[in-house]
Write a protein that binds this ligand. Structure first.
Ligand code: NAD
Length: 250
């Protein structure tokens, strides 16, 4: 498929997992991709890999909680590929623990990386997205819908992100479409500390009986970014193998 030829996409958290799969997929569909992350080596290596495969790609260091880094990112993206048509806001951080044990500093950092970042992304790229009648996709999470102990700031940010997406769709339509994906358990670097038993438990909690692959979320991102989703805005799309709908009861 070449749904994104002539377009430029910025993807945050693109050095790993879902962001990396999104960068690879959007590039495979014809977009020039700007990979933004704080993991310099991995991000630069993936950009090189995409280039070696014939794609157009560049890595730009960007801490998504920093307003200054966003402006730098826009400047670099413009210089490299011209104006931006697609933004995939995907980077995240998470401090584990119940609310009373989370320090105010941890709370602030989690909210800044997970929720302030998409707002900064919009401030930075709204002009581009309006001019190109572009598409904005955020990575939220099933934690916006269902609760597991130990995720207060993360869940609050991801829930806020879904509300923010609806708000932005209304605010900036008809020029720009805003949507999000809500992944369930998807096997990425993020799962490296989860043992086999924990993985099996999560797999069994889905209707499809398995963990997801980052490429399966990237496929949904590419769809929402493309004209195939031209009448879809303000949607928060669950990509979770049925995790959020499965319940067990005797
Ligand atoms: P990952 O750990 O594989 O990748 C996250 C990337 O974000 C890393 O490359 C990291 O360097 C980057 N990052 C962290 N802080 C950053 C910052 N301040 N600025 C820029 N980049 C930063 O994670 P993943 O599993 O691919 O998660 C991607 C998205 O999917 C996140 O938004 C996450 O909340 C969401 N998600 C993942 C799962 C899952 O099971 N993997 C489930 C639900 C939601």
């Amino acid at each position: 498929m070449n749904r994104l030829t002539e377009r430029t996409a910025v993807i945050t958290g693109a050095a790993s997992g879902i962001g990396a799969a999104s960068a690879v997929r959007l590039a495979a569909e014809g977009a020039a991709v700007v990979l933004a992350d704080i993991a310099d080596e991995r991000g630069a290596a993936l950009a090189q890999e995409i280039q070696d495969g014939g794609g157009r790609a560049a890595f730009v260091r960007c801490d998504v909680s920093s307003e200054q880094d966003w402006y730098h990112l826009r400047e670099r993206a413009h210089r490299l590929f011209g104006s931006v048509d697609i933004v995939h806001s995907n980077a995240f951080t998470h401090t584990y623990g119940p609310a009373h044990k989370l320090s105010p500093g941890d709370w602030d950092r989690d909210i800044a990386v997970n929720l302030k970042a998409p707002y900064l992304a919009v401030r930075t790229f709204l002009g581009d997205l309006r001019a190109t009648r572009g598409s904005f996709v955020a990575t939220s999470s099933v934690h916006a819908l269902c609760s597991l102990p130990g995720y207060p700031a993360y869940a609050a940010a991801k829930g806020g992100m879904c509300a923010l997406i609806r708000q932005l769709a209304v605010e900036y339509g008809p020029d720009v479409r805003f949507n999000s994906v809500l992944p369930g358990p998807v096997l990425t670097e993020n799962w490296q500390d989860v043992d086999e038993e924990g993985r099996l438990l999560s797999a069994r909690a889905t209707a499809l009986g398995r963990l997801g692959r980052p490429e399966e979320v990237a496929a949904a991102v590419a769809f929402l970014a493309s004209d195939d989703a031209s009448y879809i805005t303000g949607t928060n799309l669950t990509v979770d193998g049925g995790w959020a709908v499965k319940k067990e009861s005797k």
